[in-house]
Ligand binder design. Structure first.
Ligand SMILES: N[C@@H](CCC(=O)N[C@@H](CS)C(=O)NCC(=O)O)C(=O)O
Length: 209
């Protein structure tokens, strides 16, 4: 199995954490986004949408979305379960994962990609170039602050985001909270539940890979 990774980007970190949690043996190819390697013809042949992560299976199948990679890993390597075991666990984890992606990760991307000088003309991922829209950067920042408040509310009296154990929803939330630092948003003192939850997870080896 070949994992196409980039250590500076949040999306491949999500898949990297799952691979580590499930102890899946794999080779790694690093794609340097800062050098634009995702736009090369060679990488386009792997991932036509020019994004990382991608996972090439031993039978040649290529998965280019975190959702697909997580579904495959859960099915092929069920232990430890990261997408839930019971019907309601599966529903809750998928539910919170979708919310954190939309309200957290996409909001951070909106703020960063529409403001960073390094992403001028690259406001969206993919083969096409899109101009930055400064108003979207402003809106993104507002949305990220709202996301931190919502996550803090969800974590009131809870050790994990979706169910009573570590799951893919926590993975996505950790990646979002950590990556928000790049747009200078960190948990504030009143986000005491987010701070406690992140501190409790700090010793998890998969979160340091
Ligand atoms: N839907 C994809 C999104 C992946 C994505 O947006 N990856 C970013 C890095 S975090 C990327 O490849 N960016 C390439 C670029 O900026 O051109 C997933 O979550 O799997």
């Amino acid at each position: 199995m070949i994992f196409y990774d980039c250590l500076t980007a949040p999306s491949p970190r999500r898949a990297r954490i799952l691979l580590h949690e499930k102890q899946v043996p794999h080779d790694v190819v690093n794609i340097d986004l800062r050098k634009g390697e995702q736009l090369s013809d060679e990488y386009k042949a792997i991932s036509p949408s020019c994004t990382v992560p991608a996972l090439k299976l031993d039978d040649g199948t290529v998965l280019t979305e975190n959702a697909g990679i997580a579904a495959y890993l859960e099915s092929a390597f069920p232990t430890p379960p990261m997408l839930g075991v019971t019907d309601s666990e599966k529903g809750l984890i998928a539910n919170w994962n979708a919310r954190i992606e939309f309200e957290g990760l996409y909001a951070i991307a909106e703020a960063l990609r529409n403001s960073s000088p390094m992403m001028k003309g690259r406001a969206m991922t993919g083969a096409n170039n899109y101009d930055q829209i400064p108003e979207l950067a402003k809106r993104g920042l507002q949305r990220v602050n709202v996301f931190f408040d919502a996550l803090n509310e969800r974590l009131e009296g809870r050790d994990f985001v979706a169910i009573d154990q570590f799951s893919n929803a926590d993975v996505t939330a950790v990646v979002a909270v950590d990556f928000a630092h790049i747009i200078k948003i960190d948990p504030q003192p009143h986000h005491e539940n987010v701070i406690r939850w992140r501190k409790n997870l700090a010793s998890r080896p998969s979160l340091s890979v």
